[in-house]
Design a protein around this ligand. Sequence first.
Ligand code: GDP
Ligand code: IMO
Ligand code: MG
Length: 420
Amino acid sequence: MKIDILLGLQWGDEGKGKIVDALSHEYEVVARFQGGPNAGHTIEFNNQKHVLHLIPSGIFHEGKINVIGNGVVLDPVVFRKEVDDLGIGVEKVRERLVISFKAHLILPTHKMLDAASESSLGTSKIGSTLRGIGPAYTDKASRSGLRVGDILKKDFREIYEVHTTEHKKRLGDFDSGLNLAELEAEWFDAIEFLRQFTMVNSEYLIDRSLSEGKRVLAEGAQGTMLDIDFGTYPFVTSSNTVAAGACTGLGIAPGRTGEVFGIFKAYCTRVGSGPFPTELNDEDGQKMRDRGNEYGSTTGRPRRCGWLDLPALKYSIMVNGVTQLFMMKADVLSGFDEIKVCTAYSVAGKEVTELPYCLSEIDKIIYKSLPGWNCEITGCKKWDELPSGLSSYIEFIEHETGVPVTIVSVGPDRSATVYR
Ligand code: GDP
Ligand code: IMO
Ligand code: MG
């Protein structure tokens, strides 16, 4: 058995949570491989909406094992709140969830350091979610991080003090507006809560599952254009969101990866700062935001919206080795007379189809226009019920990318999913 990987191809919020949940019945194990509470993965069913930040999106399914992998950075406070908010009871979550000993912990001081770092950037802020992600990964890389497994050590409190003393030095007299004593009290309470969950060397669990013929799905967070290496650096997150991140974030050998499901919106969005070539600051952009309810699942910030960017999509398909494409939020484009797609950029007066090193070098976007479809599609259940305008749009994307589109999502609910 090989592990399938599902990840975002754009700037995050493509709809990964919805699809992981919808596909979970086909898998025995669902494993998050990177990111942390910066993620917000929305799942809707039975007229209820759930937003997950740390817990894998297979959690609502009986009998499935959900893994928080070593590549994730975990804030115990967010974790506890999330378990409480799931509405299925702690006992069920305990049965369905395991956490890697090797996942790194986000400390209260990491959040303060995040705020300090953003504040020092003045007008060139990353637009971070301020969840402490960057500082936690920085400590991991500088070999001074605290890991989930450390909470079992007798001298955990002392180790914590050593770490935070160093953080406090770095913070100096920066005022984050956060009360450290209060945050720490809450954090240590949440550590006690965390102790009741199963902690494992999850690489063994995944290896055993695959060897026993079980199906494992790796769930990515963020998106390829936010990858620390391949995204729009420095306006990125602090982990590898690409398929290779599933190998390091779960301990899977590259040869054991199977399908790579690439999730993309029928248009583009971005939350936070940084280049966004096809961004629309006009009525069309506002229409996408309104129809798509494009406001961040984690921070509530309005998402920037724009047309589909094919050079960026092809780049993401390339670095991830995408084998199947899932098109999300196709319903949001219903009612646009024409659908535009960026097919190339103009850089210094020359037409290019590769992403330039600096996206700020792009001086013009070259669009192709396709006919829209003027009907609501959320009720479509079968592929052949999709309107011809949408079918042509899909065919165009398949032709350009060479990758089949095998799922079209036509609404936020689990059931609003059309399989080919
Ligand atoms: P994720 O971070 O990739 O899991 O995506 P988010 O949950 O942050 O954002 C996706 C948003 O779009 C959520 O509010 C979903 O409920 C919603 N959504 C997902 N698929 C569709 C779809 O096909 N149509 C519409 N209209 N909304 C969708
Ligand atoms: P999901 O998994 C969209 C963005 C932030 C910011 C940048 C760095 O829901 O798709 P960070 O908090 O990591 O320091 O922020 O990355 N960002 C996301 N944007 N979806 C996400 O996750 C994101 N996680 C981080 O807005 O621009
Ligand atoms: Mg999200």
